[in-house]
Design a protein around this ligand. Structure first.
Ligand code: NI
Length: 174
């Protein structure tokens, strides 16, 4: 078991569009570490660049709800269609203690690969669709703060500045 450090706002890897995965043989260890890290941090989704990996991979587990009881691993994911609108409050392990309310699609059509390389295209809705959109945002270099107005960002300015400064000083000593 390995709990990895979660990258925070201010870390440039969170602003990068992650590279596709082509070597699937290295995934089992990475996926195990990502689940360990996500559970330790009490998250319900985690993207590759949140553990400093420039890889299009994310893990999702919303089994605390009645909606779903599967541990998901999505590789090379791509949202191919978005339908409807759903206003909801979200948090993010990379932007700790900040909660922001904004719209995302209510349902999505999502294309991805499994750990064995097989390809799928499926429809998702509800919380699972919400979390997948959040993680795909990460993998495309986007964060929850990009979804709200400048005014809302200004309201959280102090908190965001502190997260960024802490992350930058951590990076500086590396
Ligand atoms: Ni997040």
């Amino acid at each position: 078991m390995a709990v990895l450090k979660v990258t925070k706002l201010g870390n440039p890897i969170l602003r990068k569009k992650c590279n596709p995965v082509d070597d699937f043989s290295i995934l089992p260890k990475i996926v195990e570490d990502m689940f360990d890290t996500m559970y330790e941090e009490e998250g319900i989704g985690l993207a590759g660049n949140q553990v400093d990996l420039d890889m299009n991979i994310c893990v999702v587990d919303i089994s605390h709800t009645e909606e779903d009881d599967v541990r998901h691993v999505f590789i090379n994911g791509e949202i191919v269609e978005r339908t409807g609108e759903w206003l909801m409050e979200e948090g993010c392990l990379s932007v700790p203690e900040v909660r922001l309310e904004f719209n995302r699609a209510e349902s999505i059509r999502f294309r991805y690969q499994e750990m064995d390389g097989t390809s799928h295209e499926k429809e998702y809705d509800g919380l699972l669709a919400r979390v997948i959109q959040h993680e795909l945002d990460h993998l495309n270099g986007n964060l929850i703060i990009d979804h709200v107005s400048k005014l809302v960002r200004i309201q959280h300015r102090q908190q965001l500045k502190e997260i960024e400064q802490a992350e930058k000083s951590l990076l500086a000593v590396k």
